[in-house]
Design a protein. Structure first.
Length: 331
């Protein structure tokens, strides 16, 4: 379901815009608009016993409400811009090469610049009696297409028992406490955490939830079981190094997708932590299911972002048998 009623005075674009204006006015060499830390830390709340204590919340001074403003935030060193929208940079990217040689692509979706929409596949998850609208179905809907900035794969097939699934307020597979979860609220804002620990956050009007296993990262640290490859899903031929994907959140509320066509679970965890994630969940694995595509501007042509990925860039547009997430520009 497409949601266009975002918060009118999003603080992230506001503070970035103000900081950029001040830098220009003062002509300070090398001055850049700061990234803003959200008052709710992604790893906040009660800690799963197997992972550790959550991070301490960071407080941001309140700001005066103003209309949304287009940002001119420069690229952050080490990151390359992939997509821009009405408010400025919406998606950027970096490549992390791990000590074992694994190459991990990390795409960062900037909070306040994008919305998220969870889509069911034509075959999975099972819908039962649920009525799924065109903006939550197996292909990106007509209303979403002009806003589409990116698509990425969901989690394990529902038959694996890796977690629950809710779309547009309808629970298709029961949600389970203690599992890593990607939660989208009624305004389209996405959060990553642990169901029953730090999610859902108080006052959140939950629209959609995608769960998958226990958290891969919690409190800025990889799961203590990250070295147990078998704990992170069955691979083709039992090989430890396969295509893998994951989704994390940093202290600013940005979401980070990590993907590689040849990696261990620890490679994704380390790449996400190095990119600022304090919490993360593994998504799908094996080459048939790992997919990330982005457009340079809303509604533009999608391009595959993970070197060697099997799925075509327009998979979410032509339709998919499995669930996926559409990333939409915020105006």
């Amino acid at each position: 379901m497409i949601r266009r009623h975002r918060r009118e005075a999003a603080p992230l674009p506001l503070v970035r815009a103000i900081a950029t204006w001040l830098c220009a006015a003062l002509a300070v060499a090398g001055c850049a608009a700061p990234r803003v830390i959200r008052s709710e830390v992604a790893g906040g709340g009660r800690s799963p016993s197997s992972v550790g204590r959550p991070a301490t919340a960071t407080t941001v001074a309140p700001t005066t409400a103003m209309p949304p403003t287009t940002t001119t935030e420069p690229e952050e060193p080490g990151w390359t811009t992939l997509s821009t929208g009405p408010r400025g940079i919406a998606i950027d990217e970096r490549t992390v090469v791990e000590s074992d040689g694994a190459q991990v692509t990390v795409a960062r979706f900037l909070a306040g610049h994008v919305d998220y929409s969870l889509h069911v596949g034509s075959e999975d998850p099972p819908r039962g009696g649920a009525v799924v609208g065109p903006d939550s179905g197996p292909a990106v809907g007509a209303a979403e297409l002009p806003l589409l900035l990116a698509c990425f794969n969901g989690g394990f097939q529902s038959s694996t028992g890796a977690g629950g699934f809710e779309v547009d307020g309808q629970v298709l597979v029961p949600l389970r406490a203690g599992l890593a979860s990607f939660v989208i609220d009624a305004a389209g804002v996405g959060q990553v955490g642990v169901w029953g620990a730090n999610l859902p956050r108080p006052g959140t009007a939950v629209a959609s939830v995608r769960q998958n296993l226990t958290p891969l990262v919690w409190d800025g640290q990889p799961n203590s079981q990250v070295g147990d490859v078998g704990a992170w899903g069955a691979t083709l031929g039992g090989r430890p190094v396969v295509a893998r994907s994951a989704l994390g959140e940093d202290l600013r509320g940005d979401l980070l997708f990590a993907g590689s066509m040849a990696a261990l679970p620890v490679d994704l965890a380390d790449a996400l932590v190095a990119s600022g994630a304090t919490v993360a969940m593994e998504l799908d694995i094996n080459p048939e299911w790992v997919q990330l595509a982005t457009a340079t501007s809303p509604g533009g042509a999608l391009a595959a972002r993970i070197p060697g990925q099997v799925r075509p860039a327009d998979q979410c547009q032509v339709g998919w048998t499995r669930d996926f997430v559409a990333v939409l520009s915020v105006g």
